[in-house]
Design a binder for this molecule. Sequence first.
Ligand code: GSH
Length: 86
Amino acid sequence: MKKNTFALYKMSHCPYCIKTIKAIKNLKIDVEYKDINESEKHNKTLIQEGGKRQVPCLRIPNENGAPTWLYESGDIINFLTKLSVN
Ligand SMILES: N[C@@H](CCC(=O)N[C@@H](CS)C(=O)NCC(=O)O)C(=O)O
């Protein structure tokens, strides 16, 4: 995993993921996608590090420590929107 890139844990056919990915594309932010149904490794990482199996979840890298795991499509979109405005 690239250390300094946002990663969106998602699965196909999830309406909240589709909405979040659409917003990310509109904002033109560089995000890696991790499908938890296609990869058991991504599924395990999400549960162990994020805390629960729920998508979408954005992994936010932190240069000085552990990454932050942000759940909830609305919160993810707000966070990324604010980031691209600043
Ligand atoms: N309020 C959440 C809802 C997310 C949600 O319900 N995600 C479903 C998939 S659509 C999920 O992760 N379910 C767990 C599972 O399928 O194991 C959001 O807006 O992100």
